[in-house]
Design a protein around this ligand. Structure first.
Ligand SMILES: Nc1ncnc2c1ncn2[C@@H]1O[C@H](COP(=O)(O)OP(=O)(O)OP(=O)(O)O)[C@@H](O)[C@H]1O
Ligand SMILES: [Mg+2]
Length: 144
């Protein structure tokens, strides 16, 4: 299909920006009949900085529970609009996983926020969106 996105991947991290990106992905899908998949990547803490394996495991378990709740919120937004979305959770470096998942799944477009949960408010583009924009093979829509 040329010019029409049939598979849209939207990257979500719980931030307001990514909610706007998600809503934009839904409206694009409505116009094109595309399938929307929301992907959330749990940023695993660097193991070298965590002294105890037990603590690391507990941290991860909490992240996993939390991410399931976060994804539920996006699914609810979609349901309210009468839409059904797929979702996927991964663990590791967000940008690498988003790019690889989009390539493997044959996605036509990645939609994401310009900023996420990062603390430095001054910058225009966060490191995840910058990396995806730079390295993804498919079109990337950055939602402000
Ligand atoms: N862990 C993640 N899983 C899925 N998507 C993500 C994740 N982190 C960021 N994104 C996507 O990337 C967008 C931009 O977030 P990004 O992380 O680049 O900015 P930031 O958090 O403000 O900055 P930084 O992470 O560099 O401190 C988000 O709106 C979301 O769409
Ligand atoms: Mg971030």
């Amino acid at each position: 299909m040329t010019g029409v996105a049939s598979k849209i991947l939207v990257a979500v991290d719980g931030s307001e920006n990514s909610v706007r990106a998600f809503e934009r992905a839904l409206s694009l899908a409505k116009g094109t009949g595309a399938q929307v998949t929301a992907v959330l990547v749990i940023e695993t803490p660097p193991t070298v900085y965590v002294e105890s394996q037990k603590l690391l495991y507990q941290l991860l378990q909490n992240f996993r529970k939390e991410s399931a709740k976060v994804l539920d919120r996006y699914e609810e937004i979609a349901e309210k609009q009468g839409m059904k979305v797929e979702s996927a959770v991964m663990e590791g470096d967000p940008a690498s996983h988003i790019i690889a998942y989009a390539e493997k799944g044959g996605f036509d477009m990645i939609v994401m926020g310009s900023r996420g949960l990062g603390k430095f408010k001054g910058i225009v583009l966060g490191s995840t969106s910058r990396k995806v924009l730079q390295n993804a093979k498919c079109p990337v829509l950055i939602v402000k």
